[in-house]
Write a protein that binds this ligand. Structure first.
Ligand code: HEM
Length: 283
């Protein structure tokens, strides 16, 4: 039982053709196991949150009642991407688990929407948002070590409050970037294999081995996205995270949540609006 399905090419070579589709279940069960494990950990074992230091009252006084977190453009990107991802997962995997329908056309159309939204996001994040806010930094690594030691009951100072994004969010974003770019880049080439009316059909663009690897990478990243998206939705609906999820709808966080969890020096909110959000809102 391998990870890949093989076939024999017209030249007699063994070539990969698809990922093995039992991996759909492996990914779904892994996602489910993670969220059950996490829920048990939080309910019965996790210690309460504790952060180092207190925010000076003079700094706290400058924080507005509603702290801008996501500009309208960023929120629209998120929801367009989410809708297209769900459409891609449904059209790709329902036929594989026995729900037959003509999925390919719906699939590549959703793929174009996802591709356009990702390209928009890359430009937006690079030129109009604080690009580095989503990548782990030295403070994240140090604080992760402190949290890990505290979870093991070792004596260590508490971690600092977060910058705009906690390390977990940054790591999740990294995983989504890898899987998303993989499905996007392979998917665009795979459109040459089907009749789209947009790109000229050309199944001879690559050799059998290259096509096979491309389908396998597309399938592996796609299967990985099942678990990744399950985990994302789980965190979005956890009671203590609803305030974050709400900010992806309304764009702002309440002041109290900001002061409890975020460090005003690491996520600067100035003159009633965060520097980052101001830049992106002027986009
Ligand atoms: C959440 C993201 C995605 C998932 C889960 C996903 C999943 C899949 C799967 C499982 C297949 C079947 C592969 C095989 O038979 O080996 C497939 C095929 C395909 N996908 Fe995706 N995909 C995603 C994104 C995209 C994107 C972004 C595009 C286009 C830009 C795209 C275009 C295609 C095309 C053209 C095919 C080939 C259909 C065929 O040859 O019959 N996909 N996808």
């Amino acid at each position: 039982m391998g990870l890949v399905q093989w076939a024999t090419s017209p030249f007699g070579d063994d070539v990969p053709i698809h990922v093995a589709f039992y991996l759909i279940w492996v990914s779904a069960i892994a996602g489910l196991a993670f969220l059950i494990g996490h829920a048990i950990w939080v309910r019965y074992f996790a210690k309460g949150e504790a952060f180092a230091g207190v925010t000076a009252p003079s700094v706290a006084a400058r924080i507005p009642e509603r702290v801008p977190r996501h500009s309208l453009a960023a929120r629209l990107f998120h929801w367009v991407m989410a809708a297209s991802m769900l459409a891609l997962l449904i059209t790709a995997f329902l036929p594989k688990v026995g729900v037959e329908f003509a999925w390919v056309t719906y699939h590549w159309i959703a793929g174009i929407v996802l591709t356009a939204s990702i390209l928009f996001h890359i430009v937006h994040a690079t030129f109009f948002m604080d690009f580095w806010s989503i990548w782990p930094d030295k403070a994240d690594r140090e604080d992760a070590m402190r949290r890990w030691k505290r979870a093991l009951g070792q004596d260590t100072p508490p971690p600092r409050r977060f910058a705009k994004y906690p390390l977990e969010n940054k790591m999740y974003h990294g995983a989504i970037v890898l899987a998303g770019l993989s499905v996007m880049l392979t998917g665009v080439f795979m459109m040459f294999r089907v009749r789209t009316g947009i790109l000229p059909r050309n199944p001879y663009l690559f050799g059998d081995m290259t096509w096979g690897m491309m389908y396998v990478l597309h399938g592996l990243a796609g299967v990985g996205l099942i678990a990744l998206i399950m985990v994302h939705v789980y965190f979005a609906i956890r009671p203590e995270k609803l305030v974050i999820t709400k900010s992806m709808i309304v764009g702002t966080l309440d002041r109290q949540h900001y002061l409890e969890h975020h460090d005003p020096e690491r996520w600067v909110v100035a003159n009633g609006s965060s520097a980052e959000t101001r830049r992106s809102m002027s986009a």
